[in-house]
Design a protein around this ligand. Structure first.
Ligand SMILES: Cc1cc2nc3c(=O)[nH]c(=O)nc-3n(C[C@H](O)[C@H](O)[C@H](O)COP(=O)(O)OP(=O)(O)OC[C@H]3O[C@@H](n4cnc5c(N)ncnc54)[C@H](O)[C@@H]3O)c2cc1C
Length: 332
């Protein structure tokens, strides 16, 4: 089988996209394989009734100087904006800790689409197995199509990456295998509601209640990404998500509505409601390094928000680190 590219990257979320960009900059040819209809993964923005709602990551913070430089550049380019410096817990006061929370104009997914420009990203390709064949890695999708390359970079949540290797009959060395199997994620149930009328969410149109069953409620219209339509994003905390996860959609949405109702004005009404189940929303534990690379016999790298730091920043930094490490292994 001819190798069209040097590196196969599974997943076109932020990690995969940043890894691909880094590889291209180093003169390596990557191909992204993504099961979704669009790039972005957990940077998800959904279009509902003519409006937009972020239903995965809601905002992000910046700590790392390299990421800071990227955010400054993207802010100048009109991609990133500062949304807030803190959230209300539902009372009228907003706790401002001075730490900027950023979001993306046009919805969080716009960042992923921007990063994907010029990259070889194949969408609607769900991989079923990854195996080593001679001195190459081969991946096979659910239609039986295969691709080969000199290196493989896995960016899905770790249990999904391990499943691909398991299906391909790959046995990892004991140390990395133990480290990877210890990584788990919390689930997150997300409700999206189209509301006609005003909402009484305090400035800037979002509340964060770390100890409540529904810990996050945000108005995407006031966020600025859905000018014509008021779409509300509600996210359940980990234990409430686990408790409700297997219930019927209608049951789950009913319990979300109870929490939303106090914030909908008297003449307002809920027009439509949608549910998204995130099985792997955020890692419970992280691997201490920005990526995990197994050099021999054929380069294999694991990256994502479970490496180094979590969240959007962690995914970006992990993608760059993994792309750089694989480029070095390929002599670039
Ligand atoms: C509900 C929710 C709220 C969040 N809130 C925040 C927040 O406010 N702030 C913050 O910083 N972070 C937040 N996060 C986390 C943040 O979204 C992630 O850390 C980040 O987007 C992870 O990017 P990634 O590329 O590592 O993973 P992903 O975005 O998950 O990318 C992995 C990709 O792999 C693809 N894939 C998986 N299996 C296969 C397969 N077999 N074949 C092909 N493709 C496959 C997936 O479709 C996906 O696109 C939130 C996440 C969720 C779900």
């Amino acid at each position: 089988m001819a190798q069209q590219v040097d590196v196969l990257i599974v997943g076109a979320g932020l990690t995969g996209l940043l890894a691909a960009k880094t590889l291209v900059e180093r003169g390596v040819r990557p191909m992204l394989l993504e099961k979704g209809r669009t790039v972005g993964g957990r940077m998800g923005t959904r279009s509902i009734d003519g409006g937009l709602a972020d239903h995965g990551a809601q905002f992000f913070t910046v700590r790392d100087p390299q990421f800071r430089a990227m955010i400054d550049r993207w802010t100048k380019e009109g991609l990133v904006f500062e949304w807030s410096r803190g959230w209300s817990d539902g009372s009228l006061s907003v706790s401002r800790d001075g730490n900027p929370r950023y979001a993306i104009h046009g919805g969080m997914n716009s960042l992923a689409r921007y990063l994907a420009l010029g990259l070889d990203a194949r969408l609607n390709v769900k991989l079923a197995a990854a195996r080593q064949v001679g001195n190459a890695w081969e991946v096979e999708d659910t239609n039986g199509s295969r691709q080969r390359a000199r290196a493989l970079l896995l960016t899905p949540p770790i249990p999904q990456s391990l499943e691909l290797l398991h299906e391909g009959g790959v046995t990892l060395p004991e140390k990395p295998r133990d480290a990877l199997t210890a990584i788990d994620y919390e689930p997150c149930l997300t409700g999206l509601f189209h509301v006609e009328g005003e909402t009484a969410l305090p400035h800037p149109g979002a509340i964060q209640r770390p100890h409540a069953p529904i810990y996050w409620i945000a108005d995407n219209q006031r966020k600025g990404i859905s000018p014509g339509v008021r779409l509300i994003t509600m996210q359940a905390g980990p234990s409430y998500s686990r408790q409700l996860y297997d219930r019927a959609d209608d049951d789950i949405l009913k319990s979300f509505r109870v929490d939303l109702q106090p914030f909908v004005s008297q003449d307002g009404r809920i027009v439509s409601a949608y549910l998204k189940r995130w099985r792997y929303s955020q890692p419970l534990t992280t691997y201490p390094e920005s990526c995990l690379v197994i050099e021999e016999p054929v380069p294999l790298a694991f990256a994502g928000d479970a490496f180094g730091s979590p969240g959007v920043e962690g995914a970006v930094l992990s993608g760059m680190a993994a792309g750089g490490a694989v480029a070095t292994l390929l002599g670039k």
